[in-house]
Design a binder for this molecule. Sequence first.
Ligand code: HEC
Ligand code: HEC
Length: 205
Amino acid sequence: MTNNHVPTVFGVLVVVAALAAPANAVEHAVERPALATPGNAAEAEAILGAKLLVCNTCHGADGVPRNTATPIIWGLQENYLVKQLHDFHSGDRDSEVMAWMATALTQAELGSAAAYFAKKNWPARSAGAAATPPAIVAVCQACHQQNLAGGLPAPRLAGQRYEYLVEAMRRYAEGERTNNAEMMNIMKALSPAERDWMARYISGL
Ligand code: HEC
Ligand code: HEC
């Protein structure tokens, strides 16, 4: 009797071990401390790959978020990404979901994640209808650069989607997004209709 059970129990253990092995391997990969050199996207990709897969759930496996209120992060300026992740981490930029995401990463991993997403290409999109630029675009370009493509002083806006842009601008204007005083002042100076118009124009770029 006892002898008959041995192979069965052994068999079960083998199956359990086989099932557990890949899961453990993933867990260990995730728990390994980040060793990537800051700014080195290749190292970050190797070490953080599994951990950053979760970002794709909302920000899109191809860089295009399914929900248009979720920003495109592929190809955004690295310094901007670093700052936002730190701001979500510290609470300087208020977002329940992103606070949760950012605090799951160590300070070093925030830098690696920024390098990882900055290195990716801005997702290709169908060209929007060409619109006449509103005169105020000249003001925006002083920081957001030519064609609002972004640079060191301020992030890319061109091609970010309308729903996200109009809400981001409303949050600055109404004091809900407080992580940049200049943007708060600029947005407060615009009417809701002007912000709406800007968001539509920028999303078509
Ligand atoms: C459950 C959905 C979800 C997941 C998962 C998620 N994000 Fe986000 N993310 C959002 C939303 C929604 C916003 C907009 C927040 C706001 O403006 O309040 C955002 C904003 C951001 C921004 C700011 C972009 C900008 O243009 O200002 C960055 C950077 C970012 N996320 C990075 C990440 C990274 C890195 C991960 C993975 C570690 C991640 N996100 C996972 C939903 C998500
Ligand atoms: C003085 C420089 C400056 C000017 C002028 C400026 N911006 Fe900004 N803008 C910034 C900076 C810096 C940020 C990033 C702030 C932060 O850390 O969150 C930003 C962020 C934004 C964001 C949020 C981007 C995102 O991905 O969440 C939007 C939208 C935006 N600006 C729109 C505009 C528009 C529209 C104009 C013109 C009416 C404008 N900005 C003019 C500096 C500027």
